[in-house]
Design a protein. Sequence first.
Length: 267
Amino acid sequence: MPLRRMLAGTVAVASILAAAQLGRQGNRWAKFEHEMQNPVDDPPDAREQAEFAFARLRFRSPRDGYFRRFLRWGTDTNKSDRIFMQAIRRLTRVHTRSIEEICDVDEEEMFNWPFLYAVGVGDWTLSDDQAKRLRRYFDNGGFLMVDDFHNEREWAVFMAGMHKIYPGREAVEIPDDHGIWTVVYDLRERYHIPGYQIVYGQEWERGGIGGHYRAILDERGRVIVAICFNMDLGDAWEWADAPEYPEKYSALALRVGVNYVLYDMTH
């Protein structure tokens, strides 16, 4: 091959890679994409202000990078978040921003967003200062949805973190007649929502058997932490556009998420 053709080809490839890198750098959360499992490019309206923004909690974990390159807080993100926000736009009249907010547990920015979502909390670790900050967040009316953690070890780690926030406060099963199940959709009858592994015939993850919709309540009985244990709603959102993932799980997961958002906004 003539040298000039080789050089031309090298320059073309370099130009394509440079353009792709420039596109990634233009994303709102480009600095965190190396911590995410499934980053996607921002939509054209990413900078548009809205009534509601879905916020994901960025926390620390001793198992960051243990399974794959991404960190525990970044599991399924940000494709999962983006699809869920599309669903809120389509299924409700809530003016929803098209991209997520990332709230670091160490930063005061967290207090600007009343709804937080966290994945992999069975592997989180909270310092005393972080626990105090989260308690202040909840005492000020904040709401946290936690998802995609499994088995008794991960449950114990999650609750150890919650007990640092609220010593002595325990989780309860959300009863079928609780208002959170009827605020938008009637979800008084629900079923287990598995992750992507269901495509291979595996309903449960990491030895966690039995799906639970649990909660931690405040003194007035309001849900402040909605707990999806031994389930994976984030996967059900992330793969809602995948033909192989069963639609019935994505449909329920999206509706559960919508109910949680509207409950938080109205209670």
